[in-house]
Design a protein around this ligand. Structure first.
Ligand code: SAH
Length: 343
């Protein structure tokens, strides 16, 4: 059986051809799956033989939602996958609509010192179907259109780029989720060759790069990936991305008390980014249990912000949604697993 949620429209058409069916049936099946949200292939408007072929060859397996935590503006969903692994997704309600933040791997191997996801090492990449499944399950429970997707849950999406590109293709299908490329954002810790690959792909979505430090020495301390891809190369890749796609790149900068929040860091960051078509998204650190890091005090964050502004760098501050339910990166899954192992 082929997992139908794992196929782009093109791959489904190819599979139908292989099964002796007209590839154009994909244009009946795709709107039914992602527009009408059918959960049973036997209701498709197809002739008996085609229905038998579809039902006999395609499965509609979705992850099982095992927990939902609700707070002001953000609901956190925990999903159990078919092999028993768990991942999480967050539904954020903004004034202008709904955004779903999806996970791309079970665990993460990037080892960022401040991040809860890294406490659980990567077990495997998620399949296309498991990523589509997160959005589809949330879309069904919500009963309303989803306006945007953030590919910044657990995992490093650029390590799983081929699957992520198919996932994006399905999210953009016009008679389904119909999410525009400008409403999809992918966040990476900076896998340089893959940034070039995404820039040259058919779906150059909004790119966010987790920077978190203005020089290699400090960044290596909190983000080990810096040892492999130094900042100069990351900035080079970001420049290529924005030039090629005429798009502003976002740099995420999480405020860690006494670590990366000094005036000097702000000055260095301004010179690093000067002249680049970008802006900095300042993020309040959301400490998870056992984390040695704290969020910088409000006044420090404001001073940091002002220095960047003074140098003409675009700056925004991420609205903090869902901190009370541990909606920051890997916390629900990590807590859920701690609970289980403590039993
Ligand atoms: N691996 C990708 C995407 C997942 S993390 C990446 O590194 O970008 C999404 C963002 O949340 C990253 O910028 C990450 O550094 C940040 N983050 C991780 N833990 C956090 C925490 N406890 N509080 C605030 N932001 C956090």
């Amino acid at each position: 059986m082929t997992d139908i949620y794992g196929s782009t429209r093109k791959k489904l058409a190819d599979k139908l051809t292989e099964l002796g069916e007209k590839p154009s049936r994909a244009d009946i099946i795709f709107p039914a799956l992602y527009g009408e949200l059918i959960d049973d292939l036997s209701v498709l408007p197809l002739k008996k033989e085609s229905l038998d072929t579809a039902c006999g060859n395609f499965s509609l397996r979705l992850p099982e939602c095992t927990d939902v935590l609700t707070s002001d503006g953000a609901d956190k969903f925990l999903f159990r996958l078919s092999d028993g692994n768990t991942v999480e997704s967050v539904l954020m309600k903004h004034g202008f609509g709904y955004n779903v933040c999806v996970s791309t791997q079970v665990g993460c191997n990037m080892g960022c010192a401040f991040c809860a996801s890294g406490r659980l090492k990567k077990i495997r990449d998620l399949t296309v179907s498991e990523m589509v499944g997160q959005v589809l399950m949330i879309r069904r429970s919500l009963g309303e259109r989803i306006n945007g997707i953030s590919i910044m849950g657990i995992g490093e999406p650029l390590e799983n780029l081929a699957n992520v590109l198919d996932f994006i293709d399905i999210m953009m299908y016009p008679k389904g989720f119909d999410i525009g490329i400008k409403h999809i954002t992918l966040s990476t810790c900076g896998l340089v060759p893959k940034i070039y690959e995404l820039a040259d792909s058919a779906s150059p979505v909004n790119l966010a790069i987790s920077l978190h430090a203005p020089d290699d020495t400090l960044r290596r301390r909190i983000m080990p990936i810096t040892g492999k891809y130094p900042l100069a190369d990351v900035i080079g890749a970001a420049r290529y991305y924005s030039d090629k796609n005429n798009r502003r790149v976002t740099f995420e900068y999480v405020m860690l008390d006494g670590i990366n929040d000094s005036d000097k860091c702000a000055e260095k960051l301004s010179s690093l980014l000067g002249g680049l078509n970008c802006y900095v998204n300042i993020i309040r650190y959301n400490p998870s249990e056992g984390s040695p890091f704290r969020c910088s005090p409000h006044e420090r964050i404001m001073t940091f912000y002002d220095i960047l502004k003074k140098h003409g760098i675009g700056v925004t501050m991420r609205r903090e949604l869902g901190a009370s339910v541990g909606a920051a990166c890997g916390q629900l899954r990590a807590n859920g697993i701690d609970k289980l192992t403590n039993l």
